[in-house]
Ligand binder design. Structure first.
Ligand SMILES: *Cc1c(COP(=O)(O)O)cnc(C)c1O
Length: 394
């Protein structure tokens, strides 16, 4: 629900800094040789939790004209939200939806000749725009390129389908986020298979407007000017594709997760907090309760590990994180009161906690942290310090 008053429930909220999205987009697109590679914005999964329509609008204003999503519903949300650019669905869509794809001018990935025929059969009047997916080593979806003859035949079969307009071909890297020698060799092998298959198809008379293989990691450390698009996801949101990859200067995380202290109390020696009594005070302490929990996407696996920022200082989780609340140790932090601002990730004073930091605490990646922020958490859009929009899903 769009909230025009810019008021929202001050419980737990996610700030989405649109000026950082603009800056990240500018920096990343400038890394590409733009005479050959265009930046495509991957805004699947509600723009990795940031709000797809809001990000699309913000990025279109900066010149973005190609967006990638994971399914038809996500694509239609963008079109209904006013997206003028190209929209590519990266995942499978059943043939029966071909008329909706065509009517809404959405590009569908084609996985097999059979899939192409299904889409072509249902297309009524208008052809469905398509990109062919090649599996060069990700092992997920697409025509297998390990056998180049078979792959070329299948591409020709797809090209021959009536009701389908093949405009592009692409592949996805499995280990582009690594500098490791074996992984670099693997990425190079994927490129060889990919561009080899494209050349072969060209020799057979097939031509493509878009030929693309780069994701964020590929763009940052395996850039290849033969890729006509750079499909930018995680780096656009200001997070690292992997621990090894440093982001270019100036790129900042777009999302910050905030809350307020709801309750504060002394915790006497011997007293415990939360379910399972996993934490017992071994001295006189002060504990603050924060109204955020795993139902908001702040994982229970962070119990006793995560630090939040309060008054520019770090406060550690104590006891188990509950569904809607958690408790932190504020014994050494002055001036904490009910209503004091809490930063779950983001910056406060000189301290920073990033989604990548939280991810590292329980063996996942920053992607999962931002994607996992629940719809219960209002998204507050901010540009140059001013709230421009609030999205509350209640
Ligand atoms: C998600 C996805 C991307 C973006 O990956 P990042 O690592 O977030 O840059 C690119 N291409 C495909 C096919 C994807 O599924």
């Amino acid at each position: 629900m769009k909230n025009n008053s810019n008021n929202f429930l001050k419980r737990t909220w996610a700030e989405i800094h649109l000026d950082r999205a603009e800056r990240n987009y500018e920096i990343l697109s400038s890394l590409c040789d733009n005479s050959c590679t265009r930046a495509a914005c991957v805004i699947k999964a509600n723009a990795y939790g940031h709000g797809d329509v809001q990000l699309m609008r913000c990025l279109e204003e900066k010149g973005a004209d190609f967006f990638c999503v994971s399914n038809l519903d996500e694509a239609l949300r963008l079109r209904k939200g006013g997206c003028k650019g190209d929209i590519l669905i990266l995942g499978w869509t059943a043939g029966e939806y071909a008329p909706i794809l065509a009517e809404n001018n959405i590009i569908q990935v084609v996985l097999t000749p059979e899939h192409a025929r299904e889409l072509g059969k249902s297309a009524s009047g208008k052809a469905v725009r398509a990109h062919i997916k090649l599996d060069t080593g990700m092992g997920r979806i697409g025509l297998l390129t390990a056998d180049p003859d078979r792959c070329a035949e299948e591409m020709a079969e797809i090209f021959a389908v009536n009701g389908l307009n093949v405009e592009g071909v692409f592949t996805h890297f499995a280990v582009a986020d690594s500098f490791d020698e074996d992984n670099t060799a693997y990425t190079n092998m994927q490129k060889e298979r990919f561009f080899g298959a494209v050349e072969r198809a060209a020799a057979m008379g097939m031509s493509f407007k878009e030929v693309h293989c780069l994701n964020s990691a590929g763009t940052l450390i395996h850039y290849d000017r033969r890729s006509t698009l750079a499909r930018l996801g995680i780096a656009l949101y200001g997070l690292k594709p992997s621990e090894e990859i440093a982001l270019p200067e100036g790129i900042k995380p777009i999302m910050e997760l905030k809350s307020e202290v709801s309750y504060i109390k002394p915790l006497h020696k011997g007293e415990s907090v939360s379910y399972g009594r996993k934490f017992t005070a071994d001295r006189e302490m002060i504990a603050a309760t924060i109204p955020v929990g795993y139902a908001d996407g702040y994982s229970r696996l962070l119990s006793g590990k995560a630090e939040v920022l309060i008054n520019g200082r770090r406060a550690k989780s104590i006891g188990r994180i509950c569904m809607d609340q958690m408790i932190v140790d504020v014994t050494d932090i002055p001036d904490v009161k009910e209503g004091t601002l809490v930063t779950l990730f983001g910056c406060d004073g000189g301290e920073t906690v990033t989604p990548d930091d939280l991810a590292a605490l329980y063996g996942t990646i920053g992607y999962e942290i931002v994607c996992g922020i629940n719809r219960r958490v209002p998204r507050v859009y901010i540009k140059n310090g001013e709230i421009t929009e609030v999205d509350e899903f209640v």
